[in-house]
Design a protein around this ligand. Sequence first.
Ligand SMILES: Cc1ncc(COP(=O)(O)O)c(C=O)c1O
Length: 357
Amino acid sequence: MAPFSIPEIKKRIGTFPKKTLIFLPTPLQKLEYLSQALGGPEIYMKRDDLTGLAFGGNKSRKLEFIIQDVLDKNADVIITWAGLQSNWCLQTAAVARKFSIKPILVLFKTYDLPEEYDGNLLLDYILNADVRLREAEKGRIPRIEDIEEIIDGVINEVKEMGHTPYIAPIGGSMVGCSMEKPLGAVSYVNAFVEIFEQVKDKGIEINAILHATGSGGTQAGLIVGAKALDENIKVLGVSVSEEKEPYSKEVLTVARDTVKALGMNISIDREDVVIFDEYLGEGYGVLDKEVSEAIRLVAVKEGIFLDPVYTGKAMAALIDLVHKGLFKKEDKIVFIHTGGTPALFPNKHNLVNFLKE
Ligand SMILES: Cc1ncc(COP(=O)(O)O)c(C=O)c1O
């Protein structure tokens, strides 16, 4: 028997205040033609790209909780950071603007993309976000320790102007900065519950959920959901930026913090965190042929566009894992489309080059 029932989990999640910003549950769609093309397993897609806020994506689930925390703390400026074409930063800016809070985005140039107004950077501009561009190592998202000085500089500037900043940790995952609870991960415990209910409605049993993992909140929340409801469902994270170690430990920490925040008496073990880092290629945001071809395959077979940084990489991994025989033909896998499609456009030259005959 599962340690928790669905109503019990929902009740615990319900103790976290949030603003309703998105359309939930997002659809769970069978990818019949992609599954056929790969020759099994049966693949389903959780359409978190269709949350309905600022081009959709996993961050809008997280931000429903985070923006409430910002409002509760009476902040009037939100400061966050990530890569140049960050989905997290775009979605944060969109939500902040909705509540008349000023977004300051520190964007690090982690890959060779022009700084022109395209993709998420264009959307940040439309939202009138205060964007600060900074240099960074190619293929690596800077760690908080490395950029503390830069962020502290922005915080001091905001305070000196008499404003109250809320510092949102990258990806809305790790507890830290102004966020005392793993709010992003809590939203993905809820996503697991949604998936669980949707597959039950369809009368199917799934074996695994596969998704792109970056700052860890999505995976941590899903792991907690699986441990609470059905341990047989494996949560498989495809890393887009970090090597398995020490990244797994970070996901484990967020998952354990989430269990604590929800007051659940379940243990999350090291083995519960499954991360593939074989698909990192040249690092964060660096596109390659396999990812480009995975994006084309899903577009051609299903009319669905993946993104070049996260979901394209996760799909390239899924395809490879199917070819390597990790799944049985009769297995049923849920792939989460976590959004990010605006980043297709600034990557146009690389995409076209890789997809040329
Ligand atoms: C489109 C997309 N997918 C997946 C992720 C990874 O989610 P998480 O940061 O919760 O690991 C991100 C994070 O930035 C994202 O933007």
